[in-house]
Design a protein around this ligand. Sequence first.
Ligand code: SF4
Length: 427
Amino acid sequence: MRYHVWSIGCQMNTADARRMGDELELYGAEPAERIDDADVVVLYSCVVRQAAQTKVHNELEQLRRVKSQRPSMRIALAGCMVEDDVDELSLKYPFVDRYFSPKLDLPLRDQVFDFLDLDERYRLDPEDAERVHGISAPVTISQGCNRRCTYCIIPFRRGAERSRHPREIRREVESLARRGTREVVLLGQIVDRYGRDIGTTLPSLLADLSSVDGLARLRFLTSYPVDFGRPLMEAVAALPKVCEDVNLPIQAGDDTTLRRMARGYKVEDYECLIEEMRSVIPGLGLSTDIIVGFCGETEVQFQHTLELLERVRFDVVHVAMYSQREGTASPRLWRDDVPREEKKRRLHEVERVQARIAEEINQAMVGSRQEILVEGTRQNKWYGRTRNNKLVFFESDLPLAGQLVTVDITRATSWSLQGCPAELAVA
Ligand code: SF4
């Protein structure tokens, strides 16, 4: 049996796709590069942006063609495209055999078993899994979200917040580390809230995972301004394997826009939090997400976002144009009244301002010495990341993948750093 797992969108889909591939391999399946060569295809879909939704649709249309020639092929659709009621999807894509709703926490083993009618007796022990993943791998620790940001479809598709048991997470991380993964990125819609439903916390999970043999680094995302508390800051500062790297979406730098988005904080609250985080966590790398052109956003309100970027000076800004999602609150409440061309202009303006800020921040790192976790090679250079998540390239003839290397930074642009290895410190 050959399988093809495809995913688009957030890192949670990447993590789920990886776990699905692992599970299928426990039944002896082998990966197929192309859909045409696969007996089993699982798509992890995304509906957060129209572009992603269109790509999923195109992938499904390709599968329609392949399955018409090979009816024995088995196809499953997972991820946020799968609603509670799949009747409409079934009419549109009758060749799909199974739908896996992200709301239902059916263990992967059961999903696969149900989907493919496999014989449990021939499932390998997960301890014997051999498939190697990246040096850095995402691991989902919680699903769903209890908030209702007015533009966001995720709570409707992924359901209420629920945390995975720490023992199960540890087993997954140990298994990845055994196969060569050196860094895990713990994922949750609001990762800071991990454990509240099962009587534990993210700081305690980070402390526990810090003792996993072979693991060099831990990161976590995505954080939420209201939920990032002092104990988490102190854990990041105190635990050596936890990187000083936080993704804290603000979405807009204007209080009226934030209120319309129902984010539950003001710009001032956010900036106070950043100040506290920076005082507790030296060398903190900070990234954020911004939506431009939200319903009713005026030029003045947009300028407030640019001013915020100048004040906070993020390392990285992920910017997106607002796009209406059916089923969310914002289309019911307001018109999508910022024209597309204007949204594009605002997006480019954020990118322009941020490129300058990032270059200034990165230039200030020239001459510093950084610990890099080496992930691989690109264009004959090794690349990896600093603890605060800066991409660094350097040259060396040594086999360094997965190693911690100390690098002297010699050059910088907005997007990456260049350097020379100073010494090798294999962890
Ligand atoms: S916090 Fe808001 S933006 Fe994030 S997943 Fe929940 S509803 Fe969506």
